[in-house]
Design a protein around this ligand. Structure first.
Ligand code: FES
Length: 161
């Protein structure tokens, strides 16, 4: 039987079959979830906060726990939507603010403009560009040189793990 999940901050409801995951709830609403790891529980791009109804969601697996530990914006009510199965009614989830980027090209496209929302690292959720900040070439260069932005490498090393 379908269960209704409430989504914030958009203030909308979406339904999913019992045992369906929260990622499909987000995708039902056309929310632009990057799914950087392909729904394997290894990135930050489907990170959500559970405002209500944590007991109505399947328990956290070890892999999910490990991934949550590296997400800088993680809180006690954090979950990964792709790993969270809906078991009962009464769930309200909140999407963290910001936009995940999966390559530096995403940021490059904004050079000379101000970021309309925080731009976030797809694995750690770390803020790469703050909201309202002017995106410059030197900022891009800095990110390019930073060891934390090696997303391709990260997945190459962990595939099948
Ligand atoms: S899509 Fe990567 S953890 Fe859910």
């Amino acid at each position: 039987m379908a269960k209704v999940v409430h989504l914030e901050p958009i203030g909308q409801d979406s339904s999913v079959e019992t045992n369906g995951n929260l990622l499909s709830v987000l995708l039902n609403k056309d929310l632009d979830v990057l799914k950087e790891c392909g729904g394997r529980g290894m990135c930050a791009t489907c990170h959500i906060y559970v405002r209500e109804g944590m007991e109505a969601i399947s328990p956290i697996s070890r892999r999910e726990q490990r991934t949550l530990e590296v997400i800088t914006s993680c809180k006690p009510n954090s979950r990964l939507a792709c790993q969270s199965r809906v078991l009962a009614e009464g769930i309200t989830v909140e999407l963290p603010p910001g936009m995940y980027v999966n390559s530096l090209q995403d940021i490059e496209a904004l050079v000379g403009r101000r970021a309309e929302q925080p731009m976030l690292h797809p694995i750690t959720g770390q803020i790469l560009v703050e909201e309202g900040k002017l995106v410059t070439r030197s900022m891009l260069k800095q990110l390019e040189d930073s060891p934390s932005f090696k997303v391709g490498e990260f997945f190459a090393n962990t595939s099948g793990a």
